[in-house]
Design a protein around this ligand. Structure first.
Ligand SMILES: Cc1ncc(COP(=O)(O)O)c(C=O)c1O
Length: 430
């Protein structure tokens, strides 16, 4: 299975040997490792990545789905170049943070006030704390398969089997106030919260890392009602879905408005970012001019509202704002989901292709995939094999992870995805 890849990536193999000596597992993020070793990127442009051996890959991973305009889009790069000339980091207040806050408020239904962080993990951490500060309650509900970054209180119930801790070093103290609920199953959620006093329910409108599984609209609406009924804050983690499913993210796509929303990825226009935003009365808990210790909720960070990230984010959102590019990508996403399913089925292979908008993922199973349990019942080995076969033929998916579209993907890129999928399907369908 690895031979075609190894024969094309000898310089990457050497680099990986070097990397292993100084970087645990040879990588800077565990998920970036894949067998037999990752390739090493030297440059990227538009829809393509180029590795140290001179191989070209059509990139459907897109920097963890962040690069919705592709790699180094000219409009963003030009703005960033100008910004770098006048300052890379101020550590003081500046107009760009206001402009990006205004832009987010214009696009996102729930965003009355916003604070910027440097990653999605941080934003989720501060959002959870804010919810606790506002409600005066401790418990947080998250969902099986939900990924919100590495913050202790949310780093639970991510992978099946859900009862095994996701990491060593998580204390019982950090986890005892976290409740893990079943996704797309309102009765299951009700059961979990029946005897609890809950501060917030945190949900990705579409499970990303958990299998690219959209929430059912009714489920989200009923979750909203449940929160209202019990005085629970509803937090949408839109780190993946934000500015992608629709200009206003999953909440606009589903017409369900959360109390707090968490962003990352696309918001930074290719630079590090995170943000949390929401209802004014909730966000005001961060206002040290109104609340003092112990009633205010802290947030901060040396690089918060970094001017380069703000500039890149603004240039990106301005291009996405009218929904034209997003609609176009969503239509292509629909076509991809249909066509991949058709190709495998024509070759006698059971597959479910999940996703929404410009995000998609294949699961080799006959069973409908409505939660992460079903993802782990599917043939994961075949998924790795499929992705490795694509990689060896110049189409990059991070093995087992979802694929994403950018405005830089061409019709030829999509056709190549189909033809390489067909090549693999024919081989394994025999
Ligand atoms: C839905 C979701 N939330 C939060 C995060 C964490 O963001 P970051 O990796 O920027 O810390 C991710 C990262 O993939 C994510 O997909």
């Amino acid at each position: 299975m690895f031979d075609p890849y190894i024969s094309k990536t000898q310089s990457s193999k050497d680099l990986y040997e070097r990397a292993k000596k100084f970087l645990p597992a040879g990588v800077s993020y565990a998920i970036r490792y894949f067998e037999p070793y990752p390739f090493y990127t030297v440059r990227a442009r538009g829809s393509k990545l180029y590795d140290v051996d001179g191989n070209e890959y059509i990139d459907f991973w897109l920097g963890h789905t962040a690069l919705i305009l592709g790699h180094s889009p000219p409009a963003v790069m030009n703005a960033v170049k100008k910004q770098i000339e006048i300052g890379t980091h101020f550590g003081t207040s500046h107009e760009l943070e206001i402009e990006l806050a205004e832009q987010v408020a214009k696009m996102v239904p729930s965003a009355e006030m916003i604070r910027f962080t440097n990653s999605g993990t941080e934003a989720n951490m501060y959002a959870a704390r804010l919810a606790r500060a506002y409600t005066g309650r401790n418990k947080i509900v998250k969902f099986e398969g939900g990924w919100h970054g590495g913050y202790d209180a949310l780093h639970v119930g991510v992978k099946h089997p859900f009862d095994i801790p996701e990491s060593a070093g998580l204390t019982n103290g950090a986890l005892q106030d976290t409740i893990v609920a079943p996704f797309n199953n309102l009765e299951g959620v009700k059961e979990k919260v029946r005897d609890e006093t809950v501060a917030a329910i945190v949900i990705e409108p579409m499970l990303g890392a958990g299998g690219c599984i959209p929430a059912e609209k009714e489920f989200l609406k009923e979750l909203r009602d449940l929160c209202d009924e019990k005085g629970i804050l509803l937090i949408f983690d839109e780190v993946v879905t934000g500015f992608r499913l629709a200009p206003g993210g999953g909440q606009q796509y589903y017409s369900v408005i959360p109390d707090i929303t968490v962003f990352g990825k696309i918001l930074g226009g290719g630079f590090p970012i995170g943000a949390f935003c929401g209802r004014r009365d909730v966000m005001e808990r961060l206002n040290t001019l109104i609340y003092e210790r112990p009633r205010y909720s802290f947030h901060g960070g040396t690089f918060s509202a970094n001017p380069v990230s703000m500039t890149a984010g603004l240039a990106t959102l301005k291009l996405l704002e009218d929904g034209h590019l997003i609609n176009k990508m969503n239509n292509v996403g629909e076509k991809i989901r249909e066509q991949i399913k058709e190709i495998f089925e024509a070759n006698g292979i059971d597959v479910q292709v999940t996703g929404a908008g410009s995000l998609f993922s294949a699961h080799f199973t006959r069973e409908e995939v409505k939660d992460t349990r079903a993802v782990f019942r599917a043939d994961r080995k075949k998924l790795v094999e499929y992705h490795l076969s694509l990689i060896a033929n110049g189409v990059f998916f991070l093995p087992t992870h979802m694929g994403a579209l950018s405005t830089a993907h061409s019709e030829a890129d999509i056709q190549k995805l189909f033809s390489e999928t067909e090549k693999y399907a024919k081989l394994c369908g025999k």
